[in-house]
Design a protein around this ligand. Structure first.
Ligand SMILES: [Zn+2]
Length: 305
């Protein structure tokens, strides 16, 4: 019988190590999140293994990779992770399999969790949630968690206690106040500066975030030079690659952004080619290397695949 710690350790191997330059490779974590969603929903009794046909996983996981992975247009992107997911966790089954879509499809490949892993996941539903949360926080900014969970049918709200040994980078508590101060508590894109004003003289910003340009999950530093003050809407659009910054430090709206309303025009499209609102102190401005990372790894320069 596997301990929870051992199962967590096996899934840890799917967490992408920060690469040189912080390149993204969320394919395996997205497949694993899909599988965790399946097992959370499956009501089958223990002892009946969950068998996942490639043909049913492929469209969902490929769509996840297209929507939440780095920009790109390869079709059938689920074939590689389906074949290559760590063998201590997952077993693809079928004759003469290869990590190619046509082979996996034509040979009717299926996959299943390694029995002792499946057994542990079924015994402890909280373990499924703990692993899912780790995969999410190791690969994506917070704004991705809800839409990914919705897409794979995962409920991570039932919060189990995190094991005490969980190695986690502690976010520098000074990051948020410093970034907000540098931008005078207003969105660097639209200038929104909403505050909650109480009876005291203290005002606190509302719906304004200190966003990491290079994601915190991918080794982006907690420095003002990697931070932007953004309102919640522009923060989400920036994290999802629908807003970006060009080399002349102007805002760019992705051609993948769609919205028919006058509000979408006014609140988003009209930002196109506007200059970024920069901090008055030059050393607090975002360094070009971090905008470069965002352009390469996040911004959708083409229309959605
Ligand atoms: Zn804004």
């Amino acid at each position: 019988m596997l301990s929870s710690e051992e199962v967590i350790r096996r899934f840890e191997s799917l967490r992408q190590a920060p690469r040189v330059g912080g390149g993204r490779a969320p394919h395996k974590p997205l497949l694993a999140l899909y599988l965790l969603g399946r097992i959370q929903q499956s009501a089958r009794a223990a002892g009946t293994p969950m068998v996942v046909p490639y043909a049913s996983a492929e469209p969902v996981v490929s769509a996840l990779i297209t929507e939440f992975g780095p920009p790109g247009r390869d079709a059938h992107r689920a074939a590689l992770p389906f074949f290559h997911l760590d063998r201590s966790v997952w077993m693809p089954e079928g004759d003469g399999l290869a990590p190619r879509h046509t082979v996996l499809r034509d040979r009717r490949a299926v996959g299943r969790f390694v029995p002792e892993v499946e057994d542990a996941l079924r015994r402890a539903p909280a373990l499924v949630v703990a692993i899912a949360r780790r995969l999410l926080s190791a690969n994506f900014p917070d704004s991705y968690a809800a839409p990914i969970c919705e897409a794979v049918g995962l409920d991570v709200a039932a919060a189990p206690d995190e094991p005490a040994d969980a190695p986690k980078r502690v976010r520098a508590s000074e990051f948020r106040p410093r970034v907000l101060r540098a931008y005078d508590h207003a969105c660097a894109f639209c200038g929104y500066d909403g505050m909650l004003c109480g009876e005291s003289t203290l005002l606190s910003p509302v719906a304004l975030a200190a966003a990491h340009v290079q994601w915190h999950a991918l080794a982006g530093p907690d420095e003002v030079s990697n931070g932007l003050a953004l309102c919640d809407l522009h923060h989400t659009l920036f994290d999802r690659g629908l807003l970006g910054i060009d080399v002349a430090r102007r805002i760019v709206v992705s051609p993948a952004f769609s919205g028919r309303s006058e509000a979408a025009q006014r609140i988003v499209r009209d930002l196109n080619q506007r200059p970024l609102r920069e901090p008055t102190t030059p050393c607090e401005r975002v360094e070009e290397q971090f905008f470069g990372w965002h352009r390469e790894q996040v911004f959708r320069a083409g229309t959605a695949a």
